[in-house]
Design a protein around this ligand. Structure first.
Ligand code: ATP
Ligand code: MG
Length: 140
């Protein structure tokens, strides 16, 4: 299994509750390395572009409102098969369905305010990393 990268977002429900460090610790303890990180406030246009794949879903407007409701921390994570490893430590989208010990089971507020985002494929990871970071901002 190769060392790869994924994009993580610590969502506004987590920054509001001062959980940036706790989430990052859970990622690091799972074997992921933070190789880029910044705290930003997404504009509506940025959130709509990032989640464009979901624009026909009934929850899209609410998701964009939530993702722009406060600061987020965008991070590039590196590790063995990083996309799959990160999604294991995140847990299922709905925290009620997530395994005990996962970030969403332990920390998420709801299926929408679910604390973290993680890329779902290597191809999407590359696209999402390029959305937020230039190569000189990523230091492995
Ligand atoms: P993410 O893409 O944020 O890592 P995911 O891949 O587990 O999450 P997606 O299906 O891609 O889930 O949904 C993107 C996000 O949209 C979810 O993380 C959640 O914030 C929100 N969402 C998904 N399903 C619902 C729903 N049924 N109701 C409200 N919000 C939802
Ligand atoms: Mg997704």
């Amino acid at each position: 299994m190769a060392v790869t990268r994924t994009l993580s977002i610590i969502k506004p429900d987590a920054t509001r509750r001062n959980l940036t460090g706790r989430v990052t610790q859970m990622l690091e303890e799972a074997g992921l390395r933070v190789v880029a990180s910044k705290r930003i406030r997404l504009t509506r246009a940025q959130a709509e572009a990032f989640y464009a794949v979901h624009r026909e879903r009934p929850f899209f407007a609410s998701l964009v409102a939530f993702m722009t409701s406060g600061p987020v921390v965008v991070q590039v994570l590196e590790g063995e098969d990083a996309v799959a490893l990160n999604r294991r430590v995140m847990g299922a989208t709905d925290p009620a369905q997530a395994e005990p010990g996962t970030i969403r089971r332990e920390l998420a507020e709801s299926i929408e305010a679910n604390t973290v985002h993680g890329s779902d494929s290597d191809e999407n990871a590359a696209r999402e990393i390029a959305f937020f970071f230039s190569e000189i901002e990523i230091v492995g």
